[in-house]
Design a protein around this ligand. Structure first.
Ligand code: HEC
Ligand code: HEC
Ligand code: HEC
Ligand code: HEC
Length: 131
């Protein structure tokens, strides 16, 4: 019985340590993501593929991530800031300007606009919304 308890405690320690390690490594977020609006979803959901790590290799975090000040204005990204989901701020209930008032609109304003500037082919729907 005592032995089992010891094992349990050890396992707990290992898991906690493992988790801390994981949390640090996870500060960059997932390498690959499937993005899907949940507050303002389309009637036919249209998930978007997002190779996060590939973009991190080319772009500064602050190109895409930012915060919100007490005055409701955008605050530029600072290293180590808390990164929240886009939808936390960009949803139809938050009173944002129409261009960015849903996840879809904010995502298109960021992702699609840069893709269009780089190469028109990159702005095709199926680049992000795989069939
Ligand atoms: C550069 C990437 C990108 C391109 C190109 C793009 N989208 Fe999106 N789109 C997104 C992201 C990211 C979202 C937000 C996440 C989600 O809900 O899919 C989104 C959301 C949507 C949604 C809402 C989906 C939902 O489930 O609520 C629709 C509809 C949509 N896009 C249509 C289109 C159409 C039509 C085109 C082509 C004219 C297009 N998109 C091109 C990235 C893109
Ligand atoms: C091209 C745009 C882009 C760049 C560049 C970028 N990210 Fe992201 N990141 C995103 C998007 C989009 C999400 C998904 C947000 C969501 O789910 O609403 C995300 C999610 C995350 C998450 C997870 C947040 C959560 O709660 O799910 C972390 C952490 C993160 N990014 C960190 C970083 C760091 C650190 C950098 C720079 C090294 C970086 N990102 C660069 C677009 C970007
Ligand atoms: C903590 C809240 C918050 C989060 C999280 C957030 N934003 Fe924003 N975002 C804002 C605010 C505030 C503005 C300024 C809106 C205005 O013009 O009044 C803004 C503006 C924008 C703009 C317009 C930028 C411009 O220069 O016109 C885009 C595009 C955008 N956000 C996309 C995103 C995307 C994509 C994500 C997720 C990776 C995200 N935002 C996460 C609060 C947030
Ligand atoms: C500031 C510019 C920029 C932003 C913002 C950006 N991208 Fe990209 N993205 C690119 C470029 C450039 C490429 C092509 C890279 C290459 O060809 O190697 C790319 C490639 C991709 C690809 C792979 C295309 C393929 O077939 O290889 C996907 C999917 C993608 N982006 C989705 C997104 C989504 C979703 C977002 C928003 C959450 C986003 N991107 C935001 C510049 C951007």
């Amino acid at each position: 019985m005592k032995k089992m308890l010891m094992c349990g405690a050890l396992l707990l320690c290992c898991c906690t340590a493992g988790y801390v390690g994981f949390a640090t490594a996870a500060d960059k977020g997932p390498a690959e993501m499937t993005l899907q609006a949940t507050v303002d979803p389309a009637s036919t959901p249209k998930p978007a593929q997002f190779p996060h790590a590939a973009h991190q290799g080319r772009l500064e975090c602050g190109t895409c991530h930012h915060g919100k000040g007490a005055d409701g204005k955008q605050v530029a990204y600072t290293e180590g800031q808390k990164i929240e989901k886009c939808e936390t701020c960009h949803n139809s209930k938050a009173g944002m300007p129409e261009k960015v008032n849903t996840f879809k609109n904010a995502a298109h304003a960021l992702c699609k606009e840069c893709h269009t500037k780089n190469k028109p082919e990159l702005a095709k729907c199926t680049v992000c919304h795989k069939k």
